[in-house]
Each structure stands twice: as structure tokens, then as C-alpha cells.
Design a binder for this molecule. Sequence first.
Ligand code: DQA
Length: 153
Amino acid sequence: MPILLIHGPNLSQLGHRDPAVYGTATLAEVVDTVRAVLPDVADYDSEREGDLVQRLHAARTDGTTAVIVNPGALSHYSYALRDALEQLDVPKVEVHLSQVHARERFRHHSVVSAVCHVTITGAGLFGYRLAAEAAVHLLEDRSQAFQAVTPPD
Ligand code: DQA
């Protein structure tokens, strides 16, 4: 039952990138944090929106049972990523390392949140453990998971 962990632009730079905001863990360490809860997690990252969209299309038929996604800055403006996530009929968990609501105004809104069942923001690396556990919880209680998604405006 593979769960897909997917990262968008600039998250490959974790460890070097603004450690006061994002912490010092590398992307590999982030993946290991999820793997500690979900040993079979499949991970994918790309700097390119289209690649992320295509990976989500593939997830529809490759047995993916849930998605954990940190889209990076695409969270704030990518309707393409949002639409790709919407098409996937599995539990979806959005995660951000930083507390986006305490940062620049453009980070306060995520266009993907409305098509994800859970959003975790500001818990740093620990947020990924929460995200993994949320994915397991949503898989165990699908009825609750699907009530949580509200139709977008
Ligand atoms: C981020 C927050 C985004 O605003 C930012 O563009 C990122 C990382 C986070 O994990 O805190 O790239 O998604």
C-alpha cells in the first residue's frame, strides 16, 4: 500500500535553505522521518510544476493509497497542482515546515488546502511525522476523510 510523499520546488535545498525558517534537516532526513512511520513510502520531488502534475496523474493507477504533499511555493498559486490533487480519490495531507500564516501575506493562502483532507503547518520536521500519522488515520477511517474535503469556491 504505497503512500506517495511529494515535494515541490526548492525543497531539495533543505539543510542549506534559510535554516532559521526551515530548520537544518535535509530533504533526505525529511523522507526518513516519514519512512520511520511508513516504511514503504514512495518519495518524489521536482523543481517543475509539470513533473509534479504528471507524478500525481501516475498515482491514479500505480496503487497509491494516500498522498503527503509539500508543494513549496506552488501551494500559493498552482491551480494545475490543485486540479491534479483534486482528481486523486485518496486521502491527501498537505504539510509545510514553516508557519506560513506568520510569514509574508502571499503565503497565507494555499490553493491546494481545499482539496486536501488535512493541512499541517509550522511544526517543522515533526510535522512530517504528524502528516504520516494523519495519512494512516485517514486510511483507517475513509468516511471521515472524505467528509473533510469542502468544495472550492
Ligand atoms: C513551505 C512554505 C512555502 O511558502 C515555501 O514557498 C516553501 C516551503 C514550507 O514547507 O514551509 O517552499 O512549503
